[in-house]
Design a protein around this ligand. Structure first.
Ligand SMILES: *Cc1c(COP(=O)(O)O)cnc(C)c1O
Length: 453
């Protein structure tokens, strides 16, 4: 069969001129008016579906420039005794419904601060997902603790709550779920497990600004929640981080740790610490970006949900599912699984190339770049465990046992199937979403030819 079956009419509007549809009852058949051949993929010399870029990120408006210049001219660039960072701490706490908020230099330092304040240290184990950015694991290793990887649920891309309890030992000191892509992990189950075993839960919400679990903002349900305002994130100040908690004693320890151990409530030192303070520039930019934050989030959700409706109709494309408790997704990433079998065996790398040629930015996500691996198999982890510091803490036997336990086959597979679209692609129009879906349909129609090319 030469002609592809196309399920959606909107495909027609976006394809190159010279095509015509023969409307059938149900699916329509797309062929070129002149030759009877479907429109050629851009990778094979056809016209790209999209010729204009998607919205760029970050977005800069006049209020950002003013906010920035105001800090510059004030000559007060450090948070101590100044106003922007504190103002944003109050504002972010208010918008998330958190009792406490501490801003930090970046998301990594927010996570590191949380683990420190919770007294995660040498010899301890921290339960974590392998499907995350490397920072989530680095902060565990920075504490000379062991990252214990629990496999993911391939439907959601999130840590599988059914597998957490089996990974708990008497050394488990923290559970660190990640709301990857902005999709909340199963917080009902994870927090219940934490309570049952008396283990604190730290949410890595670095991609999940404004995401909600049963109507409450993520980052406020665990013992602590951490956010990132790095340039690519849904709220951005170049670098930046936030730590939320309802625990006033914990926030005192966090505050101290992030500013060289200085007490929050007066002179002197509480604990050892580092300097992980946010600058006034970052604080001011966050305040100015905040004016557009809710509206941008709303547009992302609308577009992403529309795209899901379209992609659910394409055989072999599986958008990541949400858990029932997810009442709002942040769509920092739009994640899906690609099934090559439904694309004439076209390898994912070729599919991504073809999609980019159609003008659709995309990525294979974590562990997909040639020569790299799923996070739990990255050589740097064993390099750390073999370092002098770790060797002084952990016996050969314990490291051997660690290596034996460190398997996440479903995540390994996910890393070969995943496809991502990026948050700023969702700030435009519904037509943008149609072009993404139509480009995929076009590739599917020509998958056999693309596989040969
Ligand atoms: C971005 C990110 C971090 C780290 O945040 P930085 O601000 O870059 O330090 C941690 N975890 C996840 C899941 C992230 O996406």
């Amino acid at each position: 069969m030469n002609e592809p079956i196309i399920k959606r009419r909107s495909f027609l509007q976006a394809t190159a001129a010279g095509t015509a549809a023969i409307g059938l009852a149900g699916p329509s058949l797309i062929v070129s008016g002149a030759t009877g051949i479907p429109p050629k993929p851009a990778l094979l010399g056809g016209t790209p579906i999209r010729q204009t870029p998607f919205p760029s990120w970050p977005i800069i408006e006049k209020n950002d420039e003013e906010a920035w210049m105001e800090v510059l001219r004030s000559k007060h660039w450090c948070r101590l005794g100044q106003k922007s960072v504190e103002a944003f701490e109050k504002e972010f706490a208010k918008r998330t419904g958190s009792k406490e908020c501490l801003l930090t230099a970046n998301g990594t330092s927010a996570l590191w601060t949380a683990l420190n304040a919770l007294d995660v240290g040498p010899g301890d184990e921290v339960i974590v997902t392998p499907y995350t950015f490397v920072a989530t694991v680095n902060v565990i290793l920075l504490q000379y603790a062991l990252p214990i990887f629990v496999d993911i649920d391939p439907e959601t891309f999130l840590i599988d709550p059914d597998k957490i309890e089996a990974a708990i030992t008497d050394r488990t000191r923290c559970i660190l779920p990640v709301h990857i892509g902005g999709s909340p992990a199963d917080l009902d189950r994870i927090i219940a497990i934490g309570k049952k075993h008396n283990i604190p839960v730290v949410e890595d919400a670095c991609q999940a600004h404004l995401a909600e679990w049963r109507g409450k903002k993520v980052g406020t349900l665990g013992d602590a929640g951490c956010f990132s305002f790095q340039e690519s994130k849904n709220l951005a100040s170049g670098e930046g981080g936030a730590l939320l908690t309802r625990d006033s004693e914990l926030i005192d320890r966090c505050y101290s740790f992030h500013t060289n151990g200085i007490r929050r409530d007066g002179p002197g030192y509480l604990i050892n610490g580092a300097n992980l303070r946010m600058t006034e520039f970052q604080g001011a930019l966050l305040m100015s970006q905040l004016t557009r934050f809710e509206e941008q989030s709303r547009i992302r959700v609308e577009n992403a949900e529309y795209l899901t409706d379209r992609l659910n109709e394409i055989d072999g494309i599986h958008p990541a599912k949400k858990y029932d408790g997810c009442t709002r997704h942040a769509y920092h990433l739009y994640m899906l699984r690609y099934e090559a079998d439904k694309f004439a065996g076209l390898p994912r790398e070729q599919f991504l190339k073809a999609l980019r040629a159609e003008g659709i930015p995309c990525s294979g996500g974590y562990g997909s770049v040639k020569g790299t691996y799923a996070l739990n198999q990255q050589p740097f982890i064993m390099n750390s465990l073999n370092s002098r510091g770790f060797r002084q803490i952990y016996s050969e036997e314990r490291i051997r046992d660690y290596v034996e336990r460190n398997h996440c086959p479903l995540d390994d597979k996910l890393c070969t199937e995943a496809i991502w679209f990026f948050q700023s692609m969702f700030l435009g129009t519904r037509e943008d979403m149609d072009q993404i879906a139509d480009a995929i349909l076009k590739i599917q129609a020509h998958a056999a030819d693309l596989a040969k090319a």
